[in-house]
Design a binder for this molecule. Structure first.
Ligand SMILES: [Zn+2]
Length: 401
């Protein structure tokens, strides 16, 4: 069912002197954020109140404001809901809360609360945790057919590392989860373990663990122990230091299919990042099965920007709140390094010969590569997104320089 919502809200009209102010504010705020599809809600304190910001489709904007003036504080209310001690609001804290929807048929929504002290009192950020069943298959990611087929084929392997690259919020975790769900649904069953920081979505029939550095459970140490748990498929949320890189590649070479993510802009940069982390070329060549670079692009709003329909003057489009975009689509670039992909061969050779980033990109294109920019252009041509969004997310393409 399509949800419609009002652009204006009642938050700014609440009376801060009302004894129920904070409870009412949170009761209005969270359903409003959910209805608008926000992934994060910010309550940013000012001298006279709070700015309410929503991150929708990856973009943060001011949604409303809350007045100050009484003793009741919406951030404290959130802390109570998350079971955090409110008398310690002068230090950063994190907690979880479950929001029970007024609609009794709807599931509770799990949220993570972060509180941080500022000069105007604590600020709060609520992250809405994705429902576990949203991307229950690789097909649900809506990748182009050839990428989707490759992702499914990668799940059939019993060893090698599959690395996802892109900045925070580029959908890497969603893609990895969709692949794990695909693997979890396969018969015969395989032993799947994850080491995450933190676990964002709980998946049935796999073992998920969270880091606990205070107990000595780091990514690398947990990974080395998980290998000894008769595991076949491992996910380690991120390769961010030489120790984790070494442990992940080691596992991939010893009969484990390993999924992980890297902070790197594209496929070539991911390879160079692994080299920087001390992984020798020959280990890269035998251990890395595929690198997937990914971004999320906002889709043009079908209600107000479809070419067939005229834009209504005056009122902001209720579907996209006047932003012109609604929903996002993943754009992905998948390169295999197992000898099956000429682009992977070209990139491996280039890396070994010490080629520069520009040379690597040129060699990949010569081998028939369709990189993120080329994939994004296809989405612009088919009217799913537009040039401005591609520029916002990907910047200029190599061709434009
Ligand atoms: Zn619209």
């Amino acid at each position: 069912m399509k949800q419609s919502f009002s652009v204006s809200s009642r938050l700014s009209t609440l009376d801060p002197k009302d004894a129920n102010f904070a409870v009412d504010a949170v009761d209005l705020l969270l359903p409003m954020a959910l209805a608008r599809g926000a992934s994060d809600v910010h309550l940013q304190p000012r001298e006279n109140g709070w700015d309410v910001l929503f991150r929708i489709d990856g973009v943060l904007s001011v949604a409303d404001s809350l007045p100050r003036g009484g003793s009741s504080d919406p951030v404290t209310r959130l802390m109570v809901l998350a079971g955090l001690p409110t008398y310690r609001s002068s230090q950063p804290m994190e907690g979880r809360l479950n929001w029970a929807s007024a609609d009794s048929d709807a599931q509770d929504v799990s949220m993570r609360l972060g509180v941080f002290p500022t000069v105007h009192g604590p600020r709060a950020v609520v992250r809405v945790l994705r429902r576990g069943d949203m991307f229950d298959s690789i097909a649900a990611l809506q990748m182009p057919g050839d990428v989707s087929t490759r992702l499914q084929e990668l799940c059939n392997h019993t060893d090698g590392a599959v690395l996802l690259s892109g900045p925070a919020g580029s959908g890497k975790t969603t893609t990895m989860y969709a692949m794990l769900r695909h693997i979890a649904s396969m018969i015969p069953r395989r032993s799947v373990m994850t080491i995450e920081d933190p676990v964002e979505t709980v998946i049935d029939s796999i073992s998920q663990s969270e880091l606990d550095p205070s107990a000595g459970m780091t990514l690398a140490s947990a990974l080395r122990s998980a290998v000894r748990q008769d595991s076949e498929v491992l996910l380690v949320s991120e390769v961010r230091d030489p120790e984790t890189a070494e442990a992940a590649l080691q596992a991939s070479l010893t009969g484990h299919l390993v999924f992980s993510s890297l902070h790197a802009t594209d496929v070539s940069a991911s390879l160079r990042r692994l080299v920087q982390l001390g992984i020798p070329n020959y280990v890269l060549r035998s251990g890395v099965r595929a690198v997937i670079a990914q971004r999320l692009l906002r889709c043009v709003c079908p209600t107000c920007r479809a070419e067939s329909e005229s834009t209504t003057e005056g009122d902001a489009c209720p579907e996209c709140l006047g932003s012109g975009y609604r929903g996002r689509i993943a754009v992905a670039h998948c390169v295999c390094f197992d000898g099956s992909d000429p682009v992977g061969e070209a990139l491996s050779d280039a890396l070994e010969s010490g080629a520069s980033a520009v040379q690597m990109r040129r060699l990949a294109v010569e081998a028939g590569d369709l990189d993120l920019h080329a994939r994004a252009r296809q989405l612009v041509e088919s009217g799913i997104t537009d040039e401005a969004e591609v520029y916002r997310v990907l910047g200029r393409s190599a061709q434009d320089h």
